[in-house]
Design a protein around this ligand. Structure first.
Ligand code: ZN
Length: 197
């Protein structure tokens, strides 16, 4: 841990268990010794392309049958990647940090699975890239209901108000379903929906 500039904050829990440490950047992280020994998972704030400490986006994409929650870098291509797979953007919110976005995403998934008892809408066969575990069926949890839940969580967690940064795109339920493979070429004009359209 010391050679990776991590200062343990609690007794050694075993090599495969999260070990709370302070990284040299000053943030508290909980990597496992076995990961750190292989140079992995040392500090998500310093060693991740996802901006855990910087501005981020929480979004919901939808197709005919499902919704999918996700968090992303604000300037990234993640939402365009979903469009190429047949998803449409239902809403997106600017959130102060990637940490907030990730925690909101995980809380929505826990709400679907643990409170509402919903299974994922798709399997990893249908979504081989990623994200099947972040889906639920549209009927059980339409985009507006997820947004309302996120706003309630944000208030409970005393996050700055999210609504002013809200952009909403999708007003009608899509008629198409997502595909396992991306379509080649540019996104069709009809799929690029602008605010207010
Ligand atoms: Zn760090």
């Amino acid at each position: 841990m010391n050679s990776s500039e991590l200062e343990p904050l609690e007794p050694y829990p075993g090599s495969g268990k999260p070990w709370r440490c302070r990284h040299m950047c000053g943030r508290t992280v909980a990597p496992t010794l076995s990961n750190v020994a292989q140079g992995r998972g040392i500090c998500r704030y310093c060693h991740s392309v996802f901006p855990y400490a910087g501005p981020a986006t929480l979004y919901l994409v939808a197709d005919r049958d499902a919704v999918k929650i996700g968090c992303a870098n604000r300037s990234g291509r993640r939402i365009d990647d979903h469009r190429r797979l047949g998803w449409q953007l239902a809403w997106s919110l600017d959130v102060p940090t990637g940490d907030n976005a990730y925690n909101l995403e995980q809380a929505v998934i826990a709400w679907w699975r643990d409170e509402l008892g919903l299974s994922p809408a798709y399997t990893s066969d249908h979504m081989p890239q990623y994200g099947a575990t972040e889906t639920a069926r549209w009927e059980d949890t339409p985009p507006d209901s997820v947004l309302a839940h996120v706003e309630q969580l944000a208030e409970t967690w005393s996050l700055p108000p999210l609504r002013p940064h809200l952009t909403r795109y999708l007003t009608e339920r899509p008629t198409s379903v997502c595909t396992p493979r991306a379509r080649r070429g540019p996104i069709a004009a009809g799929q690029l929906m602008l605010p207010g359209v």
